[in-house]
Design a protein around this ligand. Structure first.
Ligand SMILES: [Fe+2]
Length: 395
């Protein structure tokens, strides 16, 4: 961050002074702060993200055979994305049902004077692989964390304790169902407590999905968080199909009313949930939603069985009727920090599983496995006890 600021200052200096500082800058090598990490994999696309220490021009080299014979960079309005640190590159037209090899490359941009670019060194990562699902794939496996609240050692502890070896891809995706943080103050915190643990353990080769909780919206850096993640439609709320499952992700927003002193008059969650309600109404009528064998909703605060604060009640008011109308098979949530299973009842016509956290003895890991006609979820407590073992057949 410190070096990034220095580069920013270069543009304010006359050319001679800038060049003098360039030499000093050149002594400090560029590096990857964190990454690469995968987001958003579909049969034909994958998003690769990473953060560099210095402003750079970055791209991905990749291929579906043994050679990295393709190269792709991001661009917007005709300009190649460059002179930036946070990279989000979506590889298009990938071959479905294939293993792909890739590496990331960043060339430092030392200075820009008028239309002249001064490039620095190029850094290249090792080669990694990821899999795209087949178009016809009906199987999908994911693991779900919730509410680890900055205790990021939970990620390796529970993954390795419950079957992950680092070699076999035991799951297609890792979900963080809200409250990864208590609040977010800086990029450094985001990297240390979230991105780096993911990258170190699985995220170079397996994507993760972040579902926003009510704590991520707090802190000076909360408004920067979306820059470091990728979602279908670029929204925290979205839907996608993997295997036999249509996954619908909702953002519950804050747990208290928008005028609460904690938000400094800068919260508009009621409007946001209304927008999501209108979107959900369209989603449950979409051909993709209707065609799926299973419909699953991920939402950090369950609209039911999660107390009676404003967030819970407004989620219920906005989403409740539509979720029932959509004939969902399952809802996965967190927030209460206490594992619970709620059968379908008069309020919600689908089962709800709420994961526990964040302290030892309360933490859970959900292992989710969908096939053509069946959906299984096993919930493990961190000490190994199986809290729930559920199986649902296609309705
Ligand atoms: Fe929480």
């Amino acid at each position: 961050m410190e070096n990034f600021s220095k580069i920013g200052a270069l543009t304010l200096l006359p050319t001679g002074a800038a060049l003098a500082m360039d030499d000093e800058e050149a002594l400090e090598a560029n590096s990857v702060v964190v990454g690469p990490y995968l987001q958003n994999i579909s049969p034909s696309e994958a998003t690769i993200m990473w953060v560099t220490h210095k402003n750079s021009f970055s791209w991905v080299e990749y291929g579906d055979g043994t050679n990295l014979n393709k190269k792709f960079f991001a661009y917007q309005n005709g300009l190649v994305q460059a002179n930036n640190r946070v990279n989000r590159i979506t590889l298009p037209k990938l071959k479905p049902g294939n293993t792909h090899r890739y590496r990331i490359v960043s060339t430092e941009i030392v200075a820009i004077n008028g239309s002249q670019y001064k490039f620095g060194e190029t850094i290249t990562s090792p080669i990694y692989t990821f899999d795209t699902p087949a178009d016809t794939s009906e199987e999908f496996k994911m693991v779900v964390f919730n509410d680890y609240h900055e205790r990021y050692q939970t990620v390796p502890q529970l993954l390795y304790r419950f079957g992950y070896t680092g070699n076999d891809k035991d799951f297609d995706m890792v979900v963080f169902n809200g409250d990864v943080f208590d609040d977010i103050a800086s990029e450094e915190q985001l990297v240390e407590q979230f991105l780096k643990p993911c990258v170190d353990i699985f995220a170079k080769e397996i994507p993760f999905l972040f579902v926003q909780g009510n704590h991520e919206v707090r802190g000076a850096f909360s408004r920067n968080l979306p820059d470091y993640l990728a979602f279908p439609n670029n929204q925290y709320y979205h839907a996608f199909t993997r295997g036999s499952v249509r996954m619908v992700v909702l953002d519950c927003g804050e747990d208290k009313t928008d005028d609460n002193w904690e938000y400094g008059g800068l919260a508009a969650f009621d409007q946001y949930r209304e927008t999501q309600r209108d979107w959900l109404r369209k989603e449950i009528e979409s051909p993709e939603f209707k065609a799926a064998a299973f419909r699953v909703v991920l939402i950090h605060i369950s609209p039911w069985h999660s107390g009676d604060w404003h967030g819970t009640l407004h989620c219920r008011e906005m989403f409740g009727a539509l979720l029932n109308q959509g004939n969902f098979d399952l809802q996965l949530s967190g927030h209460t920090h206490k594992y619970a299973y709620h059968k379908p009842d008069n309020d919600h016509n689908f089962p709800i599983i709420i994961g526990g956290g964040p302290i030892e003895g309360n933490r859970t890991l959900m292992k989710f496995h969908a096939t053509k006609n069946n959906l299984k979820v096993k919930v493990y407590k961190d000490d190994g006890e199986v809290l729930g073992d559920y199986s649902y057949n296609k309705k």
